[in-house]
Design a protein around this ligand. Structure first.
Ligand SMILES: [Zn+2]
Length: 612
């Protein structure tokens, strides 16, 4: 090939695969932590090189100081006591913390390129006025000295939790807030969900040698730390653990003197590590968890994109389950089924949260809902259930909430829901149903392909719903704004029903009614003496149609488009009414039809006028 043409191909190829105008900030953290396990305090020296890849000049930056949430009177405390349906795990526990039980971060010194900066702290956020404006394309280095106290564990983070884990160190260091295409995100720590800047973390933790540590990244000095990373055992009173992680947006760790450390390596080379307390029941469940986790990674790599890091750690953190890059903190006790379920859910977050790092505060459903979708499929496969609809529980949970007064739009920010119930149902179930229905709209094979290209195009970035929509639209060659806008931005629901079934001699006419406000493509099966026929009615606004699934090709019939404003649609069948055994709308249950009673014929709910 001519060199100039080859060069043009190269340039055009790059242009076609990049996201127009996309940019994101970059952080390089180097932290040295000196930990005092008697006092539950630590000092930190944090050197942070920050690169401004935005087109804007920055005059200030923000740091999250998450531990400050665990103080009486904090936003988290007041919110957890005043929300309509308080989380019983928190309730008034923060309000009752004593001074030696609270959490805090205190900034002792902060400079920018050696110059002192001024800053103010409000609750869980520090606002820093830069000594020098940070111009587009430039880097600057902040150096911070801080001291912190680890709170009694209330939620996710802290010391001495119910299961007896000494330290679950999550949201544990002053963390730079993200500035992205959407502006600053200096969310105070009220309840849940995070957003961070991608980059590199080099973290050195000096702590009493009796502790085994587990966390984000790869241990750089296994021979010095021992504890299952290497045969050798440390001999000095304190050990310095050196962790390094690249292409991550957070760093978490945990420490306990009684961790049992198991590990295994997948055929593709990914190392899996497991850390749990030494107890006969826990030991048995956790050794059984190892092969399940191996299978989980193999399924996820095949179906949703290849896990890109060298290792992953499943850590008994002792409080529910929570995702962090390259690791998860989960409860260690309870049934084996529960353990697998939570480990699967949290590990999958490394795809939806860790690698595809959508802003969880704004779009909690893009990590919880997408994770729930994959979790339902993985659990179905791990436990060989082969259910027709592995998402049925998510569907039922969504419909239950959609028909209740607590329903709020999916576009609500994570901390801004009126009730914990609405958050839970929306983020997990409505977010999952969003994908189930989308797979039905574009067709399962197209959807599966698009999920992998979404992963590959957006990995190590912050995709928004719009970015996801464009990937799906291009894969399906369809318009999808009607679905994204209504499902995410409104509480409109779906209900189709069989209105009438009429006989016209040798033919039959089915009249379908759109009762719900949200229009969707419609599928129905007609069972007769001739066999089963699948009828598909695309929505006009899709400007396209999904292909017939391979296994249904011979019995598949596509009707004319349905323009959404029409409440009724007629389907003509070349089958006499008396030979029809049944008609069913939404036969695969992939659409969250809020009233399935009117989906069946014959049924007492359907009017069935005699032949006129
Ligand atoms: Zn989750």
């Amino acid at each position: 090939m001519n060199k100039i043409i080859a060069f043009l191909f190269l340039v055009l190829g790059i242009a076609a695969s990049a996201q127009d105008g996309y940019w994101q900030q970059d952080v390089q953290y180097r932290m040295a932590i000196d930990f005092n396990a008697e006092q539950h305090t630590f000092t930190g020296n944090q050197v942070l090189t920050y690169t401004n890849n935005s087109p804007d000049t920055l005059h200030r930056v923000f740091y999250h100081l998450y531990f400050n949430a665990f103080q009486p009177g904090s936003m988290m405390d007041v919110r957890s006591r005043t929300i309509a349906d308080p989380d019983p795990r928190i309730a008034d526990r923060i309000n009752n913390l004593q001074p030696n039980e609270i959490g805090f971060h205190k900034i002792d010194k902060l400079t920018q390129d050696g110059k002192k900066v001024t800053f103010s702290v409000e609750g869980t956020v520090a606002e820093v006025q830069l000594a020098q404006p940070l111009l587009p394309g430039k880097s600057t280095t902040f150096e911070m000295k801080f001291n912190s106290q680890v709170p009694i564990q209330i939620r996710r983070s802290g010391r001495n939790n119910e299961e007896g884990i000494d330290y679950t160190m999550t949201q544990w260091y002053p963390k730079l807030a993200e500035y992205d295409r959407d502006g600053w995100h200096s969310e105070p720590y009220v309840s849940r969900e995070f957003h961070g800047v991608f980059g590199t973390f080099e973290v050195e933790i000096t702590i009493n040698s009796k502790y085994t540590l587990a966390g984000t990244g790869v241990v750089q000095n296994p021979e010095e730390v021992g504890h299952g990373y290497a045969e050798s055992a440390p001999t000095s009173e304190k050990t310095t653990w050196k962790f390094k992680a690249e292409n991550v947006h957070d760093f978490a760790w945990a420490a306990d003197p009684e961790y049992t450390h198991l590990n295994t390596t997948l055929t593709n080379g990914t190392e899996l590590h497991f850390f749990h307390r030494n107890d006969s029941m826990i030991n048995e469940n956790w050794s059984r968890l190892v092969p399940f986790t191996e299978q989980l990674f193999n399924i996820m790599n095949d179906r949703f994109g290849a896990y890109p890091y060298q290792q992953f750690s499943v850590i008994q953190g002792g409080d529910g389950g929570m995702e962090y890059p390259m690791c998860t903190m989960i409860s260690g006790t309870g049934s084996f089924g529960g353990l697998v379920s939570v480990a699967v859910h949290e590990a999958i977050h490394n795809w939806y949260y860790g690698v595809l790092a959508s802003n969880e505060q704004k779009f909690p459903w893009m990590d919880e809902g997408f994770t729930t979708y994959a979790q339902n499929l993985v659990l179905d496969s791990l436990f060989k259930r082969n259910r027709l609809n592995p998402h049925q529980r998510s569907m039922q949970s969504y419909i239950g909430n959609a028909l209740s007064v607590s329903e709020e739009p999916l576009s609500t920010g994570a901390d801004y829901y009126e009730t914990n119930r609405a958050y839970g149902s929306n983020a997990y179930s409505k977010g999952c149903v969003f994908l189930v229905q989308l797979s039905d709209i574009v067709g399962q094979e197209t959807f599966d392909r698009a999920m992998i290209s979404y992963f590959n195009q957006w990995k190590f970035k912050h995709p928004t719903p719009q970015d996801f929509k464009r990937v799906m639209e291009k894969a399906a060659d369809m318009e999808l704004d009607w679905y994204f806008d209504s499902w995410i931005g409104t509480t409109k629901t779906i209900d189709y029903g069989i209105h009438t079934v009429n006989s016209n001699g040798k033919k039959t006419t089915i009249e379908i009614e759109r009762i719900g406000e949200l229009a969707m493509p419609v599928e129905l099966t007609v069972k007769s003496e001739k066999g089963t026929e699948f009828i598909y009615i695309p929505l006009e606004k899709m400007r396209g149609a999904k292909p017939a699934p391979e296994w249904l090709k011979d019995n598949w019939k596509q009707e004319a488009d349905w323009p959404w404003a029409y409440p009724f649609y007629k389907v003509q069948l070349d089958i006499p009414l008396e030979s029809i055994q049944s008609i069913q709308l939404n036969p695969f249950e992939k659409i969250a039809d809020t009233n399935p009673k009117n989906n069946l014929f014959p049924s007492s709910n359907i009017s069935f006028p005699p032949n006129e």
